[in-house]
Design a protein around this ligand. Structure first.
Ligand code: ADP
Ligand code: MG
Length: 451
């Protein structure tokens, strides 16, 4: 299709603008792609250089971008497919790709994030071990804990801790630290392969990586399964470890569970130090929010912090994101109530994402429904208007949480759990015959769900 051929460069530029690609990403991945043909609204795009890793990468990362941009430019729906050019090394146009200096540029753009230090990392039971191991590595790089492998879910502080090691070493020694995401590494290896006309480009890359003292490589999962890159990493890795240079790696999984990991790499990682970071407990989530709040002048009230910490449980990045949103609007408005905060956060904290129900939330719900003091429910008072809510509290604790009978008894300051069992049994039976009670309990459950 002639029109598409004419528009090709503009389409690529539109992708660059629309998706805010960096110059490097554009030059490596998008610019070299060539328009091949279009049949039945399927556009074939040629990936030059015969590099299967580049093919995989653009397929995964750029298919949608191209589909959108082409459909937009031609006002019709198109799908795209990428095909690999037959390998012809003399076909690589060296002038067409980035200059040698770009390799350095790629690094400076991914240097240590200035925000992540040990000082502003909140330690809790979920990350205590990881934190102390990272400190140890920062103090004694390249010696006992090498390589260090940190794994854990997204947004739990892996990059933060790894970067903190980098800052610490930079501030306290003359060692050369290099932080790269594995995507940067992948880009550089592919670029070197593409340009490797007489072997010089690759050897420059090797030299660069082998001349450093500490290599921090973030999110290793992105190079797993990419054979050539993994091989290059393996060689780099070995030469650094042999020379007692520190390597720190992060990943979303334990090396045992990374399926496509090269067995030699797996063995290497398993022989090093492995630590994990788990999701933070409630107290740690509150502490992280408080620490975070120190950087801001507008104070988000404790009940909002409590609300956020109660509802966002498995990702610190989201925790901070929620805080930021409330903060930004609170600063404009000057007056931030819990109701407003709930409204602002309704897209993040959806009803599908309910908070963990705890005995204290149940207590709150029961006391709100019956309009009596929570302290009265947990007291030893025996008046009728308190006894029923107390039994409902016992019943709901058993129904909605994993708290044991003993646990519930302890909350009520009772030594013996038989009262709790009695209360639970009584409500369980009565709920079948007493519709009013049944409705009250439903209403309380609904109140609890809104917390
Ligand atoms: P990961 O690399 O595991 O995906 P990050 O290190 O990027 O996670 O952390 C996400 C955000 O959460 C960052 O802003 C980081 O500073 C913050 N964060 C995570 N854990 C903590 C913690 N324990 N104390 C303070 N901030 C934290
Ligand atoms: Mg990270």
């Amino acid at each position: 299709m002639e029109l598409l051929r004419q528009q090709w460069d503009n389409i690529k530029l539109a992708i660059k603008d629309e998706y805010e690609l960096t110059g490097i990403a554009f030059n490596i991945w998008v610019k070299p792609l060539q328009y091949l043909k279009c049949e039945n609204n399927v556009v074939s795009i040629l990936v030059p250089g015969g590099n299967p890793e580049m093919l995989d990468y653009v397929k995964i990362n750029y298919t949608n971008y191209f589909q959108e941009a082409i459909s937009q430019a031609l006002q019709n729906k198109f799908t795209v497919e990428f095909t690999l050019e037959e390998e012809k090394s003399d076909d690589i146009n060296v002038d067409d790709v980035r200059s040698d200096n770009d390799i350095n540029e790629a690094n400076s753009s991914s240097s240590l994030n200035p925000k992540y230090h040990f000082e502003n990392f909140v330690v809790g039971s979920n990350n205590r071990m990881a934190h102390s191991v990272c400190l140890r590595v920062a103090e004694t790089p390249g010696t006992e804990l090498n390589p260090l492998f940190i794994h854990g879910g997204s947004g739990l502080g892996k990059t933060h801790l790894m970067t903190a090691i980098g800052h610490y070493i930079t501030e306290n020694s003359n060692l050369k630290v290099l932080y790269v995401t594995s995507e940067d590494f992948l880009n550089e290896v592919i670029e070197s392969i593409r340009k490797n006309v007489n072997g010089s480009s690759m050897s420059r890359l090797r030299e660069k990586y082998r001349n450093i003292d500490v290599l921090l490589i973030d999110d290793i999962q992105f190079i797993i399964g990419k054979t050539a890159t993994q091989e290059e990493f393996f060689n780099t890795f070995n030469s650094l470890v042999q020379n007692e240079k520190q390597i720190v790696i992060t990943s979303d999984k334990h090396p045992k569970h990374i399926k496509e990991l090269d067995e030699r790499m797996r063995t290497r990682f398993l022989n090093g130090m492995i630590v994990d970071i788990a999701p933070p407990a409630y107290e740690t989530r509150v502490a992280i929010l408080r620490k975070y709040a120190e950087n801001f002048d507008f104070k988000v009230s404790d009940n909002i912090i409590d609300y956020i910490a109660n509802h966002i449980r498995s990702n610190v990045r989201e925790l901070e994101g929620a805080y930021k949103q409330v903060y930004a609007l609170g600063q404009l408005d000057g007056d931030m109530t819990l109701e407003k905060a709930k409204d602002i956060l309704k897209d993040i904290i959806s009803p599908d994402n309910p908070s963990v129900v705890t005995p204290s939330l149940i207590l709150k719900g029961v006391s709100e429904y019956y309009n009596i003091d929570a302290d009265d429910i947990t007291s030893k008072k025996r008046n009728a208007e308190i006894v029923l809510p107390r039994q409902i509290f016992m019943y709901l604790c058993r129904e909605m949480t994993d708290t044991t009978l003993q646990g519930v008894a302890a909350l009520l300051d009772k030594k013996d759990h038989s009262t709790v069992l009695h209360g639970y049994n009584k409500i369980s039976k009565e709920i079948n015959i007493n519709t009013e009670l049944k409705e009250s309990i439903e209403a309380i459950k609904n109140i609890i769900k809104t917390y």
